[in-house]
Design a protein around this ligand. Structure first.
Ligand code: ZN
Ligand code: ZN
Length: 262
């Protein structure tokens, strides 16, 4: 039996147990999926409560961000969070699903062991398992991010619920200080950077670095460096080297020409 592409991409499949293809749940992964963990205020229709009355959008956002802060705090005890995504999808198999990706599998394993079967803030047992999703760029619906997804309930890709930028910075900036980076992590980050797939944590780190640079004034920095005695010595030596190389090439060329002529 072939592997279910939807399950591989998003870690869930609308056909569930009735799917004719394989749902191979990994035995270890840096990503954990908490099923139906976020209980939203507007359960059936966006912006509308159970009695059919509209809810203030600010109230919805605050309710969500309180949840996000809480779960971020809980999870960060186990390791460095690469990204934490909560599904905004309303389809049964996706509603309220929470994905967390840690920097490595050990951290995910610690969180899995620590939280499996525990009670959440609503007194319900936490259901968690390892997820095959490691590439959230593929798993996420790009059209939803641009407010253009028309598939709504039927969309099988993740509609990631957004937190405010200030909160994102507050939560993820803590990782800016850490210096130890494994080569595989760096490689991964560079690759994802090329694709434009900045993870939340990396996005914040990237922004902060840029701000620091502009504060110091990049222009002045480059000028002062070019004027330093050591730099002048360096550039003189470099140009000398280049000059030597060029002249030796030219010498060879001259000799060739000369030999051809004679
Ligand atoms: Zn399937
Ligand atoms: Zn979509």
């Amino acid at each position: 039996m072939a592997d279910c592409p939807m399950y591989l991409t998003t870690g869930v499949c609308r056909r569930g147990k009735h799917c004719t293809q394989n749902h191979n749940r990994p035995t270890i992964s840096p990503t954990l999926l908490f099923s139906k963990m976020y209980q939203r205020l507007d359960k059936s229709t966006p912006g509308i409560d159970a009695e059919g009355n509209p809810i203030d959008p600010n109230q919805i956002q605050e309710h969500f961000e309180d949840f996000y802060k809480d779960i971020f705090k809980k999870l960060s005890k186990y390791g460095e969070i690469r990204c934490l995504h909560v599904c905004d999808n309303l389809a049964y198999h996706m509603a309220g699903n929470v994905y967390v990706q840690f920097c490595d599998e050990k951290q995910a394993k610690a969180a899995f062991k620590g939280l499996q079967g525990m009670l959440d803030n609503n007194g319900r047992p936490i259901r968690v398992h390892y997820s095959p999703v490691t590439n959230f760029y593929q798993a996420t619906c790009g059209l939803f991010e641009k407010h253009r997804c028309e598939r709504g309930f039927k969309c099988d890709l993740l509609h990631v619920k957004k937190i405010r930028h200030t909160l994102m910075r507050k939560l993820y900036s803590r990782y800016n200080q850490s210096r130890s980076r494994s080569p595989s992590f760096r490689r991964d980050r560079e690759r994802s950077h090329e694709r434009g797939d900045l993870r939340d944590r990396d996005r914040v780190r990237h922004e902060m670095r840029y701000e620091r640079m502009s504060r110091r004034s990049r222009y002045r920095r480059s000028r002062s460096r070019s004027r330093s005695p050591s730099y002048r010595r360096y550039s003189r030596e470099r140009s000398h080297e280049r000059g030597v190389q060029r002249s030796s090439i030219e010498r060879d060329r001259d000799r060739e020409r000369h030999e051809r002529r004679s």
